[in-house]
Ligand binder design. Structure first.
Ligand code: IVH
Length: 678
């Protein structure tokens, strides 16, 4: 047999076995036999690359070449769904829709899979491309990654062009296993699925157990009269259809016809629809994949067309959502924030909304990948949630902005200094130390309550002083002549006096605060206190140790890794940093830890690392509790890590409690804590 023929034969055979194994769960051959055929094909393709098709079953293993995800236009409208939150609302919708149709119509109820939406385009029976939803008009081409999902047919028996909509998802159990490989980066299976679709290496994607269920088909030729027939046709083309689908109609003949066409699905008369929906709500937790509701669709295609569409959703379908979301609002703007250490954080400005007792108007978007996973743009309606005491997060786009749908593009350069942003891990960084925004942020950090506590100059005042050029760096805080402000609007004598007083007072802050206030990467409060405890109780000692450039001097300190040690050596050999320190020393700031005043309190918390969360009756603000811990030789940190030994947990503790439990830290409540202090 000639090589090309054999390659075609093997491809067809292997694709059939992939389908039998992955979709039908009815393999016909052993794994060993399968591998033998697969290897034969792989060999032939390697030796005869001119015959290797892009839809070959060998493409399922992906490639190590970097993928790009160019934008492509959808050729079908990719609309969203209207929604109902109550059984009553749903019943009304069904009655209203039946009235509009003017005849007995059938309703198909499907699960609303909570995954990543995908549109598959087939040409001459072969998968041509796969696009994400994007803004509904234009999506990202993720075809190479989609090819690795073995439940998706690459070649079908349908010769005319068609498109399929479906949901890519990962089962709950697979999520638990695989998220670990990504250092638990993804908060739920949906985000892992959406993130994986955009992984630049398809060979990595091939390792992730992604799955698909398809729910809409758009055929060019021999289009069916009803949705059930379309699902039937898709199933016959080897697509995976959700068996948890049901059909309801007042016309019993229509019910039995449907039963014949698609025996796997449940059927019933129209007045059984509500009870079915309620029952499915209850059994939701028993599924091994996430659903966030049900979708109720009209079966008849002609009725669908008559009812038509809004710019955002079809009038012939609605989603019945299980949970009223924590809060919904509109993203008014997306801005890029640059922190003092250059880390770039995209932030959404929201239309203010009440959530869990407070008004929220901003939410973090973490990083570029997060925005891409959400496919988020300005004007979109979103679900937001607030977990623990962290800043609220945007969880999901519910509706794209209908007038001007877009997906936010991460800038290539820093919006404040125009230097090129550099990606390091999950985040982008502005590496320009002269960046005005970074400098301004470092000043804001320096004066903040937890650092030098200069409470008369907050963010607004610094914005002003900085924009006027009065203060250009940290030492300027102490060098500027504040009497100059009397010429500015809103600065009366009293106010200026107060500023001068609090700046003077800040000079008495202890060395530990001064050092942490300088905001060097890796040198937070906890690290500073470790340094001091290990004998590095003056800046001179630290600088001369760093000058030796011996990592071990610092990495030997308990709790310090090599990374922190390296950072310290860099910071304290840097000329600019040393000049800044020298200047502040001259100004009179403390660069040496005063000998500890003997408190007479035994160090019962020595060696312990505490985190404090929630609110307290007798330790308000929480820093009161922190002081008590530190007085007794313990340390306090702001976030739970594997090193956390104790969590002091007040009322409304937030996510830290959960995390501390997982880390098996001791959980202490206020009463127990008060006892320990005695
Ligand atoms: S029908 C015009 N059916 O839900 C047809 N959507 O909020 C619109 N989804 O973007 C979609 N399961 O990603 C439909 N059985 C299902 C679905 C489903 C999940 C998702 C889909 C869509 C979103 C709409």
């Amino acid at each position: 047999m000639d090589t090309k023929k054999r390659i075609d034969q093997l491809s067809t055979e292997l694709l059939r076995h992939q389908y039998l194994y992955n979709v039908k769960n009815e393999p016909e051959i052993s794994d060993l036999e399968y591998d033998r055929l697969f290897d034969e094909l792989l060999n032939l393709e390697e030796q005869n690359p001119q015959y290797a098709s892009e839809n070959s079953p060998t493409k399922r293993v992906g490639s190590d070449l970097d993928n790009t995800f160019p934008e492509k236009e959808h050729t079908i409208p990719v609309l969203s769904l209207d929604k109902e939150y109550t059984g009553e609302g749903l019943e009304k919708w069904v009655a209203k829709t039946m009235g509009k149709a003017g005849k007995n119509i059938g309703f198909v109820v499907e699960e609303k899979i909570d995954g990543a939406s995908i549109v598959l385009y087939y040409k001459m029976g072969r998968l041509d491309n796969a696009l994400t939803r994007g803004n509904g008009l234009v999506g990202n081409d993720v075809t190479e990654n989609i090819r690795t999902i073995k439940q998706i047919p690459l070649i079908t028996g349908e010769t005319s062009d068609f498109a399929v909509r479906g949901e890519i998802f990962i089962s709950k159990s697979d999520f638990e296993n695989y998220n670990r490989k990504f250092e638990n980066r993804y908060s739920n299976p949906r985000n892992l699925a959406a993130g994986s679709l955009r992984n630049i290496k398809s060979s990595v994607v091939a390792q992730i157990p992604m799955n698909i269920l398809v729910y809409e088909g758009y055929f060019r030729e021999n289009t069916a009269n009803d949705h059930i027939s379309i699902l039937r046709r898709l199933k016959d083309l080897n697509f995976k259809i959700n068996p948890n689908t049901a059909f309801f109609c007042a016309d019993s003949e229509s019910v039995s016809l449907t039963k014949n066409k698609f025996p796997e699905i449940a059927t019933g008369s129209i007045d059984e629809l509500s009870a079915y929906v309620k029952e499915r709500m209850k059994t939701r937790e028993t599924l091994d994949y996430d659903i966030d509701g049900l979708v109720i669709k009209i079966n008849e295609i002609d009725v669908r067309e008559n009812l038509g569409y809004t710019s955002h959703h079809p009038r012939w379908a609605t989603a019945f959502k299980f949970d009223a979301p924590t809060a919904q609002t509109i993203v008014e703007n997306i801005r890029i924030q640059v922190g003092r250490n250059g880390r770039v954080t995209p932030v959404a400005t929201l239309k203010p909304v009440r959530i869990a007792g407070s008004t929220v108007s901003r939410a973090t978007l973490h990083n570029q990948e997060y925005i891409e996973i959400l496919e988020l743009g300005t004007g979109d309606r979103v679900d937001i949630s607030k977990r623990g005491d962290i800043i609220p997060a945007v969880d999901k786009v519910i509706d794209k902005n209908s007038e001007n749908p877009s997906v936010f593009k991460f800038p290539g350069t820093c919006p404040f200094c125009l230097s090129v942003l550099i990606k390091d891990g999950a985040h982008h960084f502005c590496k320009n130390r002269e960046c005005p925004e970074r400098i301004k942020r470092s000043i804001i950090y320096f004066v903040a309550k937890d650092q030098m506590d200069i409470d008369t100059i907050g963010k607004k005042t610094i914005d002003f002083l900085f924009s006027k050029g009065f203060i250009k760096n940290i030492p300027d805080i102490y060098k500027f002549n504040y009497d100059r402000l009397l010429q500015e609007e809103g600065y009366k004598e009293k106010k200026v006096e107060n500023i001068k007083k609090s700046i003077e007072k800040s000079k008495t802050q202890p060395f530990s605060r001064v050092l942490a206030a300088l905001g060097f990467d890796g040198l937070g409060k906890a690290a500073v206190s470790d340094l001091i405890k290990n004998g590095f109780d003056s800046i001179d000692k630290i600088i001369s140790a760093a000058a030796k450039r011996d990592i071990e001097i610092f990495s030997d300190i308990e709790g310090f890794g090599e990374t922190t040690a390296r950072l310290l050596i860099d910071h304290f050999n840097d000329r600019e940093n040393l000049e800044k320190i020298e200047e502040l020393k001259k100004i009179g700031l403390n660069f040496k830890e005063e000998a500890r005043v003997e408190t007479g309190i035994p160090a019962v918390f020595a060696g312990q690392l505490w985190v404090i969360t929630g609110s307290f009756e007798n330790f308000n603000p929480r820093s009161k509790a922190a002081k008590e811990i530190e007085k007794r030789g313990g340390r306090v940190s702001t976030s739970v890590s594997s090193k956390t030994t104790h969590l002091l947990s007040g009322s409304s503790p937030g996510s830290k409690l959960e995390k501390a439990r997982k880390q098996k830290s001791a959980i202490i409540n206020e009463a127990q804590f008060s006892d320990m202090l005695k």
